[in-house]
Design a binder for this molecule. Structure first.
Ligand code: UDP
Ligand code: MG
Length: 353
């Protein structure tokens, strides 16, 4: 690693957060200064349409040494933004954080402490989670499902404030998955994980960037990305239903011969038929979720496209050197003619890793 790399990198995805950024800057930098370690904050603007970019630029000018800003040209989603932040982070320890101050930056010290003790993955459990009740119940249900059908053993998958050692981040950087769920993926790469409890606050300002629809999408990413049990479950249900209906045919046949024809129970039949049609449609949809992801993956489009990076010259030089020496012995070509300096091309290219 280059000698001037900071000890701690804090990665923060930002999407339309103008209402909260000023408060975030104030609390985050104060908390990090108090730690008295060499640090950098890597903000990734995920295609915000409000004044977030202007505010990030302002903060960069205020603290150029400790601030780097990666600008996407469109909205690629929180997890893609974090992946980009991880690719740009240079610290030996990396902490990811939401911009909305739901995870108090004052807790970074606790996570850093565990990383320094040699744990390479510091998961978090939100004490007294401050979210809407339906979000909490949905999240609880998804935690239980994930615990049963994937090898990922974490208590509170939803909390994005987590700490990773460089080794885990290097593994994440090499992952080519288009749709992913970072806390789960990182867990698979961790050799020595631990969990700590942290405080949780209400969103400081602005609104949640997740609608029910995008939450469902995200949870499909989690389930399909780490398990094929849902598909197998459908094969099992299909087999059971086939066996039962074979039995029913037998019963009806005997009845037809012994008792005679029957025409009652029409609506019961509808009820049963609709139930199975629903189940079959869900099965096809589920299959589509997997197939769609395979399609997204084989197209090999870039997971994100970086429009520009704001960083001080020292950081850029250091980074270029690092990219050349360590990661990209043969750099892939840059398919997008954007503005990043030529030396950075590999990081923004389709095969960014
Ligand atoms: N975010 C993002 N891209 C998106 C949606 C969200 O970068 O498409 C960021 C957002 O700015 C915030 C974090 O991801 O920093 C978590 O979002 P939010 O707080 O709205 O989610 P919630 O806490 O409601 O789950
Ligand atoms: Mg939030």
């Amino acid at each position: 690693m280059a000698p001037s790399a900071p000890k701690l990198s804090v990665v923060i995805p930002v999407y339309n957060e103008e209402a909260v950024l000023p408060a975030l800057f104030q609390r985050l930098y104060a908390a990090l200064d108090a730690l008295e370690v060499d640090y950098e904050c890597v903000f990734v603007n995920d295609g915000s349409k409000d004044r977030s970019v202007a505010l990030l630029r302002q903060q960069f000018e205020r603290r150029p040494r400790e601030t780097r800003v990666v600008l996407f040209h469109a909205n690629f989603g929180q997890h893609s933004a974090i992946m980009a932040g991880l690719a740009y982070a240079r610290g030996s320890f990396i902490v990811t954080l939401d911009a909305d101050l739901q995870n108090p930056p004052e807790e970074i010290g606790k996570i850093l402490g565990k990383l320094e003790q040699g744990f390479d993955y510091v998961g978090t459990i939100r004490l007294k989670r401050q979210d809407l009740w339906w979000r909490r119940s949905l999240s609880k249900l998804m935690n239980q499902i994930r615990e049963r059908i994937t090898p990922v053993r974490i208590t509170d998958q939803g909390c994005m404030m987590r700490g990773y050692a460089r080794s885990v981040v290097e593994a994440l950087n090499q992952t080519r998955e288009v749709n992913t769920f970072i806390p789960a993926l990182a867990y698979l790469y961790a050799m020595n994980p631990i969990e700590v409890e942290i405080a949780h606050e209400e969103r400081h300002a602005g609104e949640s960037k997740y609608s029910l629809y995008s939450l469902i999408r995200l949870n499909f990413d989690l389930v399909t990305g780490f398990s094929v049990v849902p598909l197998q479950l459908f094969s099992m249900v299909g087999m059971a239903v086939s066996a039962l209906s074979a039995l029913l045919v037998l019963v009806l046949l005997v009845r037809r011969l012994v008792v005679g024809p029957e025409a009652e129970g029409l609506f019961t039949l509808f009820g049963i038929a609709f139930f199975f049609i629903g189940l079959a449609l869900f099965g096809i949809g589920l299959l589509g979720e997997y197939v769609g992801r395979i399609y997204a993956q084989v197209r090999e489009r870039p997971r994100y496209v970086v429009e520009a990076v704001l960083e001080s010259d020292a950081a850029a030089e250091d980074d270029t050197e690092r990219a050349e020496q360590e990661r990209y012995p043969s750099a892939p070509e840059e398919p997008f003619a954007l503005t990043p300096p030529a030396a950075r091309a590999p990081r923004t290219a389709g095969r960014e890793s």
